[in-house]
Design a protein around this ligand. Structure first.
Ligand code: ADP
Ligand code: 5GP
Length: 187
C-alpha cells in the first residue's frame, strides 16, 4: 500500500517527542511531519523545523483555503494543524510521514486515511508521573502545567480508540515497542 502515515499521540508530557525523535534518527524511511501552530516558539525551537509558526491571521487563511488535513485548537486560543502540503512533500520524498499530534487530530486523520494510517497512543504510567515529567521539562508555567494535566485526564479516556497503546514507563522498553509496531506496519 502506498502513502502510509504513522500517527503518534499522547497527553502532553507522556514522552511522545522523545520517542519520535529516537525513531526518526534510526529509521530513514520516516520523516517528521512539521505542523503549523499559532503558539509562540520555545527558546530552542526553529521555524520550519519544529513547527511552522504562523500568525492567527495566516492560520485562519489556511483553514479557509482548506489547506489542512486536520487542525485543532489544542489549548485556549492556540491552533495546531497538519498541512496537506506537508504530507505530500514527505510522500514525494518516498518517505512515510511521522505525525505527532493531539488525540482529536489523530482520530480525524485516522478517520480519513483508515488502514493507511497507524495510530499509536503513548500512555504515561500515572498522572503523577506526568506532572513530574512536565515540571522537570521546565517548559510550563504553573497555569499551563495545570491546563496540560487537565487535558491529559480527558485525553486518557480516548486511549482505547487507537490502534495501539504503549505505556511509557521505562523509556527504552516503550521505544522498542513503538519501533516494532512501526516496522511491522511498514513491512
Ligand atoms: P511529549 O512530547 O509527550 O509532551 P516529551 O517527550 O517532551 O513529552 O517528554 C516529557 C519529559 O519527560 C521530557 O523531559 C522527557 O525527557 C521526559 N521523559 C520521557 N520519557 C520518560 C520516561 N520513560 N521516564 C522519565 N522521563 C521521561
Ligand atoms: P506543544 O505545544 O507541546 O508543542 O504541543 C502541544 C500538543 O499539540 C501536543 O499534544 C502535540 O501533539 C499537539 N500537536 C502538534 N502538532 C499538531 C497538529 O498538527 N495537529 C494537532 N491536532 N495537534 C498537534
Amino acid at each position: 500500500m502506498a502513502n502510509k502515515i504513522i500517527i503518534i499521540t499522547a497527553p502532553s508530557g507522556a514522552g511522545k517527542t522523545t520517542i519520535v525523535k529516537q525513531l526518526l534518527s534510526e529509521m530513514p524511511q520516516l520523516e517528521f511531519s512539521i505542523s503549523a501552530t499559532t503558539r509562540t516558539a520555545r527558546e530552542n525551537e526553529v521555524d520550519g523545523k519544529d513547527y511552522y509558526f504562523l500568525t492567527q491571521e495566516d492560520f485562519h487563511e489556511k483553514i479557509e483555503a482548506h489547506e489542512f488535513a486536520e487542525y485543532e485548537m489544542v489549548y485556549a486560543g492556540k491552533y495546531y494543524g497538519t498541512l496537506k502540503s506537508e504530507l505530500e512533500r514527505i510522500w514525494q520524498h518516498g518517505r512515510t510521514p511521522m505525525v505527532d499530534i493531539d488525540v482529536k487530530g489523530a482520530l480525524s486523520i485516522k478517520e480519513h486515511y483508515q488502514d493507511a494510517a497507524l495510530t499509536i497512543f503513548i500512555q504515561p504510567p500515572t498522572l503523577d508521573a506526568l506532572r513530574v515529567r512536565l515540571s522537570e521539562r521546565g517548559t510550563e508555567t504553573q497555569a499551563s502545567l495545570e491546563e496540560r494535566l487537565g487535558k491529559a485526564r480527558y485525553e486518557l479516556s480516548f486511549s482505547h480508540q487507537f490502534d495501539e497503546i504503549v505505556i511509557n514507563d521505562q523509556l527504552a522498553i516503550a521505544h522498542a515497542e513503538v519501533k516494532a509496531l512501526v516496522e511491522g506496519f511498514l513491512k
